[in-house]
Each structure stands twice: as structure tokens, then as C-alpha cells.
Ligand binder design. Structure first.
Ligand code: F6P
Length: 541
């Protein structure tokens, strides 16, 4: 490709460096005191999500320069290229069209001269018909019993999206069905997920884009053995296994009838696939209507991202703030703190989305970057995290920007639980930003020697994202918000956000070591550490 102007040579990047030197010492206490309108100026509402980013270490000038950086980075063209279906995943020569998965029926999006939208809706319609049959009990298992258990077997994007969405939308789920998710090749995962299930009532969804992933294929083979150990007749597989994949040949070779396969396309990245057929378990849980509502939420956020000016654009603002902390303050991580138990797997989901996408050290035109890329994302639901790792965020030596997520209404109104939950969310953002001064601690009668331990320096940045309540639409909007924030950051860092070559080496080495574990006579030619570890394992076998 034609060489890119290096990020560090862009005028806005240089201007941000100079601006940072001026504002790095500013304290949020002073910024708020000097400007009563700050909260209003640094907050935006779009498609039902409210983002307050006023508790960030920014001024108007910061936002102006960050937006300029997005413009100089060509973000507008790159957004258009993605939505148009251009092959922006250049290392794999693929389009990047997760946005087509939630496009309305009458949209036209072409890849290699073909409109992909009809295919997308044809698969959605087949998924819906299948879901209706399972949910109504019309689809029977091999022995004539109705299906009561759904086990999704998949890993990475073929697991994290489905399990996150199932947990997030559990309130809307069909409670007569039991859902389990098996991902780890550790046999414990399969054993514990199935130990109380009746094979005659169990449906396995083998979810794998490639249908070659070792963990998933191993678990799928174990599932087939588990089923046939009780049902004995190989014909039972057709009633108890369906596949979600882009690889029809491998699905057939595994023994699953391709009539029971739900396809998707190479232009859907694994970590962007939860609203493709990979979401079949989600649709089984919440029904076709619930699934379509989630897709509608994704689409609303897609349209916002595609059309809103950068300074009004929630994913762009969030992405730019991550650039500000990663590249200027030197922050290494972002904490995602959902104040909603249903979002307990959201941080884990975001880890793959953000870190597999932007954990890159080479630019699209093949140069080693000279700046930090992809922050480490992590988190836990509030208030649990408050009693665990928040101490370090408040008083540790690291600057950790936080994303607080909350809802104005709870789905489970039990006495005053929700008021307490939200009071904690608001209190944390306040404590992080403003801290507690020496004078305040002294005024409480604290002995001098204890004062340094009890004071909080504050100035710890956070965003607060609020929505009315957690619905399928809102979940779609939240996920799309982060997808597009990741895209924004990838464009600015000039990295390829849609490949994942770094995962390959470990997979290859594991395949080399696997036979060495079972053949105890073969000589080992690894380094001395790896050789000794393998020997120890061999001896214990
Ligand atoms: O971990 C690497 C990866 O390729 C992910 O990107 C992907 O989500 C996961 O493996 C699973 O791949 P598949 O769906 O092909 O089994």
C-alpha cells in the first residue's frame, strides 16, 4: 500500500504533545470550580445513550485537537470505506462488514459486486424458524423428547459474544431452556457444563468460523461421544447437533448435516460476529424478536457513528479519549465497570474485542510503531470491584481511566437495591475525580501521621455512560459503541484492527508439543526449560 504519513508527523499529534505539556498538571477540582457548565459541555446524548466525559483531564482545546487528529488520520474516509465493504482488512484481503449483519432488509451493501444483505436476512430467517421450533418444542430430540438444554461449543469470538449476550439478556430469556457455554479445551469445562444434563434433551451448537479450531473440535467430538454413549444411534447426531460456520465442507466432514448449518461470511471477524449466526444461542434464548431488537440497536449506533460529526460522535469521543491517555498520559489500561450484574461478562467480551483488534505493533504499511497502541481492558461489575481492586485505582501509582456503565431503571426492582447501586456508581466517579484533600482529612480530626494514608489525590479520570434500562436494543448500542471506538483508535494508530496473526504461533507450537507428550521415547529439541517441563509431564502420565 502507499506509505502513510506517520502518526507522529501529523500536525495535530505535535500540537497535542505541546498541549499536553500545558494541561497535564491541571486538576479536575480546579477545572470544575472554574467552569460551572463543564458537565453540560462535556456530555453528549445519542441513540438513547448518555455519555458524561466531563471528569476527564481535558479542556475544550484537548477535544478540538483530538478531533483534528481524527480528521488528519483520515477517519472519515476509513469509516466510509468500512461501511461500503471495501477490503480494509488488507492482511487477509477481506472486507470488514459486521455492520451489514444488522443492516435493514432493504439496504444494499456490495462485496465483490454482490449485495450481501439478502444473504444476511436469509440466514436470520432460517435462524428464526429454527429458534421457533426449538422454543415451541416442535423440534424433538432423537428419542422424541423436547429440547430443554442448549450447549454452545466455541471459543474466542464464537463464545465470548454468545455468553456475554446470554448473560446480559437473561431477563428476556426463555426460562424453560437451560443454556451452557463450553469453550476451554480443559475437559473440566465440558464435564461441568454437561454433568446434570440429559443427552436426550440436549442440543449442541458447534460454533466456529473456521471449523478447525482445536479446542472447539475437541469439545465437539467429546460432545458427540457423550451423546452417543446414551443414545447409541449415530442418526441421533442430526437431531442434537447444529453448526454455525463459514466452512460447510468441514461441518459435513464432522458429521453434521449441512441442512442444520447456519452460515456466515469471511467478512465477519470472529470478535465482531455475535450478531451473525454465531448469535444462534442468543436468539434461542431471547427469541427472534428479541434478537432483531438487539440488531436494531446495533444499527442505530452504526448510523450514529457513520453520520455524526466527530465532536458529537460517541464512539469517536471514547476512542479519542483512549488515545489521549494511552499516548500522552502513558496509561496502560482501561477499567470497564458495569453497574449491572447482567453485564458481568461484558469486560471479558471487550477484552477480545479491544485487545485482539488493536494489540498490534506494526502499521498497515509495515512500519514498527513508535508509540503505544491497544490499551489493556479489564473490569468487573460494580459494586463488587469496589471491594477488590478499586483501591489501586484510587490511591495507587497508576493512572487508570475508567468507563462506568449504569442504568436509570433496574430490571429487578428489589427494595432500595438500585438506589444503593447507583449511589455507589456516582460516588466512585466523584471520589476518583475530586479525591479528599489534606485539609479535609485534617478537619476530620485525623492524627498527622495518618493524614498521608487517608488523603486521596483525585484527578483520576472516568467516563459515565447511562441508559434508561438494559434492553436488547441497548445491549446492541453498547457493543457497537465499543466496536466503533476500537475502530477509531485503530485508524489513528494506523494498525490493522481486523487480523490476529499473533494468536497463531502458540497454536502451532502446541500442535508440535502434543505428540511429544504421549510419545515418551522421542527426543526433545526445545530449550532446556520447555524440555524439562515436558519431561516432568511425561513422567507423571
Ligand atoms: O483466538 C483466535 C481466534 O481466531 C479468534 O479470533 C476467534 O474468535 C477464535 O480464534 C475462534 O475461531 P473460530 O470461530 O474459527 O473457531
Amino acid at each position: 500500500m502507499t506509505p502513510l504519513t506517520p502518526l507522529t508527523a501529523l500536525p495535530a499529534w505535535k500540537a497535542l504533545g505541546e498541549h499536553f505539556a500545558q494541561v497535564r498538571g491541571l486538576h479536575l477540582r480546579d477545572l470544575f470550580a472554574a467552569d460551572p457548565g463543564r458537565a453540560g459541555r462535556f456530555s453528549r446524548e445519542a441513540v438513547g445513550l448518555f455519555l458524561d466525559y466531563s471528569k476527564h483531564r481535558i479542556t475544550d482545546e484537548t477535544i478540538t485537537l483530538l478531533v483534528r487528529l481524527a480528521e488528519e488520520s483520515g477517519l472519515r474516509d476509513r469509516i466510509d470505506a468500512m461501511f461500503r465493504g471495501e477490503k480494509i482488512n488488507i492482511t487477509e484481503n477481506r472486507a470488514v462488514l459486521h455492520t451489514a449483519l444488522r443492516a435493514p432488509r432493504d439496504a444494499v451493501i456490495t462485496v465483490d459486486g454482490q449485495n450481501v444483505v439478502p444473504e444476511v436476512h436469509a440466514v436470520l430467517d432460517r435462524m428464526a424458524a429454527f429458534s421457533d421450533r426449538i422454543r415451541s418444542g416442535d423440534w424433538k430430540g432423537h428419542t422424541g423428547q423436547r429440547i430443554r438444554n442448549i450447549v454452545n461449543i466455541g471459543i474466542g469470538g464464537s463464545d465470548l459474544g454468545p455468553v456475554m449476550a446470554y448473560e446480559a439478556l437473561r431477563h428476556y430469556s426463555e426460562r424453560s431452556l437451560t443454556f451452557r457455554f463450553v469453550s476451554n479445551v480443559d475437559g473440566t469445562d465440558f464435564a461441568e457444563a454437561t454433568h446434570d444434563l440429559n443427552p436426550a434433551e440436549t442440543l449442541f451448537i458447534v460454533s466456529s468460523k473456521t471449523f478447525t479450531t482445536l479446542e472447539t473440535m475437541t469439545n465437539a467430538a467429546t460432545a458427540r461421544n457423550w451423546l452417543l454413549a446414551q443414545l447409541t444411534d449415530p442418526a441421533a447426531v442430526a437431531r442434537h447437533f447444529v453448526a454455525v460456520s463459514t466452512n460447510a465442507q468441514a461441518v459435513a466432514a464432522f458429521g453434521i448435516d449441512t441442512a442444520n448449518m447456519f452460515g456466515f461470511w469471511d467478512w465477519v471477524g470472529g470478535r465482531y460476529s455475535m450478531d451473525s449466526a454465531i448469535g444462534l444461542s442468543t436468539m434461542l434464548a431471547v427469541g427472534p424478536e428479541g434478537f432483531r431488537r438487539m440488531l436494531a440497536g446495533f444499527h442505530e449506533m452504526d448510523e450514529h457513528f457513520r453520520t455524526a460529526p466527530f465532536a458529537e460522535n460517541l464512539p469517536v469521543i471514547m476512542g479519542l479519549l483512549n488515545i489521549w491517555y494511552t499516548n500522552f498520559f502513558g496509561s496502560e489500561t482501561v477499567a470497564v465497570l458495569p453497574y449491572d450484574q447482567y453485564l458481568k461478562r461484558f469486560p471479558a467480551y471487550l477484552q477480545q474485542l479491544t485487545m485482539e483488534s488493536n494489540g498490534k505493533r506494526v502499521t498497515l504499511d509495515g512500519r514498527a510503531v513508535t508509540y503505544q497502541t491497544g490499551a489493556i481492558f479489564w473490569g468487573e461489575p460494580g459494586t463488587n470491584g469496589q471491594h477488590s481492586f478499586y483501591q489501586l485505582i484510587h490511591q495507587g501509582t497508576k493512572l487508570i481511566p475508567c468507563d462506568f456503565l449504569g442504568f436509570l431503571h433496574t430490571l429487578n426492582p428489589l427494595s432500595n437495591h438500585h438506589d444503593i447501586l447507583m449511589a455507589n456508581l456516582f460516588a466512585q466517579t466523584e471520589a476518583l475525580a475530586f479525591g479528599k484533600t489534606t485539609a479535609e482529612v485534617q478537619a476530620e480530626g485525623t492524627p498527622d501521621w495518618l493524614v498521608p494514608h487517608r488523603e486521596f489525590d483525585g484527578n483520576r479520570p472516568s467516563s459515565t455512560l447511562l441508559a434508561d434500562r438494559l434492553t436488547p436494543e441497548v445491549l446492541g448500542k453498547l457493543v457497537a459503541l465499543y466496536e466503533h471506538s476500537v475502530f477509531t483508535q485503530g485508524v489513528i494508530w494506523q494498525v490493522g484492527s481486523f487480523d490476529q496473526w499473533g494468536v497463531e504461533l502458540g497454536k502451532k507450537l502446541a500442535m508440535r508439543i502434543l505428540p511429544e507428550l504421549t510419545d515418551s521415547t522421542g527426543s526433545l529439541t526445545h530449550d532446556s526449560s520447555t524440555n524439562a517441563l515436558i519431561q516432568r509431564y511425561r513422567q507423571a502420565r
